[in-house]
Design a protein around this ligand. Structure first.
Ligand code: ADP
Ligand code: MG
Length: 390
């Protein structure tokens, strides 16, 4: 009932075959990086707060080979990427944003690569992360690409700096002012663990998540409302304004008490946004503690509070996500459920007992007005270099 996740080796083989077909020779290098699901801590990363994502078994794979000269040719096998799916550009003259849009994510990574100059190369991309579904196919593409470049021309190996370079690439070339969470977990994700990331200090603590009686179910609403692009920068601005009004560098530094004291000085919308962020940062730390001690009911309760806050205070949910969460919560054995990612569509994440998975999926299918896709996921490893023999 849930969709099967394609094996990495299968993706590598598909990309290899395409490379041979397109370029008439074998690729020599390969790398991959995962998508992610955020368990809790939404819209807190760009407020210097805590987030708790885990890396997914779905990955983006890049295979390729270095060229002489400064020419690059990249092909994506993903049919959801905009056309054309093959781009040719010169590293010295054409490393600027343009069309197709998907290539901007790659150009951004090349631009911010930490051991310049990057030599010419040819590459093929394939991914099992759904594009635009809120599971961060964009960061998985950036980090997979960075990891590929590291094999052509190694940098100093600093992993946090790598995540930041990929984030900067998304800012400068894709024009998306994203926080650091997605790239961070795509680089540093750890098998059998979620990561509690402090986005102020850029430190991460692994939180064990290997209880086989527990399942993390992702439900893709398969909708993406057009609001998602414009509302994200608006939310960022509102948070910055709230922090300034409170006399803080970021909302991470603010307490609920301080927010209440400043309530008269803030308009209602700014107040609500700040309230979500300050409470969500607290919830995320509490959820990490609860998860560590196996208090799944408590984790679930915090997830539901997070969803309600994103719906009512931060106003980034949508009827489809609300429906999916409500349906999941009706099933016995479900601890909690919430929207995950930026909002206005994409996915929900549900924490539940393993023996309740089938009935949960059936119930959500029955209740949901749209057509959902389900993934049963396990916390997986961050970016890796790959070989063709394995
Ligand atoms: P999300 O990161 O949640 O999947 P985004 O809108 O941030 O959604 O990023 C999706 C975009 O990233 C796609 O529209 C495409 O431009 C680019 N992208 C991601 N993966 C690939 C891929 N395998 N091939 C080509 N482009 C990709
Ligand atoms: Mg993204």
């Amino acid at each position: 009932m849930a969709s099967a996740v394609r094996a990495v080796s299968e993706l590598v083989e598909e990309a290899r075959l395409k490379f041979v077909q397109e370029f008439g020779e074998e690729p020599q290098l390969a790398a991959c990086a995962p998508g992610r699901v955020n368990l809790i801590g939404e819209h807190t990363d760009y407020n210097d707060g805590f987030v708790m994502p885990m890396a997914l078994p779905m990955v983006t794979v890049v295979v390729g080979k270095q060229n002489s000269g400064h020419d690059v040719c990249i092909v994506t096998l993903n049919e959801d990427a905009d056309q054309p799916r093959r781009v040719d550009f010169n590293l010295q003259t054409d490393l600027v944003s343009g069309k197709p849009r998907w290539a901007n994510y790659v150009k951004g990574v090349i631009h911010h690569y930490r051991a310049p100059p990057v030599p010419g190369f040819r590459a093929v991309i394939v991914s099992s992360v759904p594009l635009g579904g809120g599971l961060s196919s964009s960061a998985s593409l950036e980090v997979a690409f960075y990891s590929f470049l590291q094999q052509i021309k190694p940098d100093d190996g600093n992993e946090v700096a790598k995540a930041i370079a990929c984030q900067q690439g998304e800012h400068s070339h894709a024009g998306v002012p994203c926080g650091i969470m997605d790239q961070f977990v795509a680089v540093l994700g750890k098998k059998d663990h979620a990561l509690l990331i402090d986005c102020r200090s850029m430190e991460a603590k692994p939180v064990p998540l290997l209880d086989t009686s527990l399942v993390i179910l992702i439900t893709n609403s398969n909708v993406k409302h057009s609001l998602s692009g414009s509302e994200y920068p608006t939310r960022r601005r509102q948070c910055e304004q709230a922090a300034v009004s409170l006399g803080k560098v970021s909302l991470r530094e603010a307490t609920l008490k301080e927010l209440e004291e400043a309530k008269d000085r803030l308009d209602e919308v700014t107040y609500k946004r700040a309230c979500h962020v300050i409470e969500e940062i607290q919830r995320t730390e509490q959820a990490a503690e609860a998860l560590k001690s196996g208090a799944y009911k408590e984790v679930g309760k915090l997830m539901v509070e997070s969803h309600n806050s994103l719906r009512d205070l931060y106003e980034v949910s949508c009827p489809e996500l609300d429906e999916l969460v409500a349906a999941a919560l009706e099933v016995e054995g479900v601890f909690g459920s919430r929207m995950t990612g930026g909002g206005f569509g994409g996915c929900t994440v549900t924490l539940l007992q393993a023996n309740a998975v089938d009935k949960t999926i059936s119930h959500i299918k029955e209740q949901y007005s749209g057509n959902a896709t389900f993934y049963i996921t396990t916390p997986s490893e961050g970016a890796q270099a790959l070989s063709f023999s394995s």
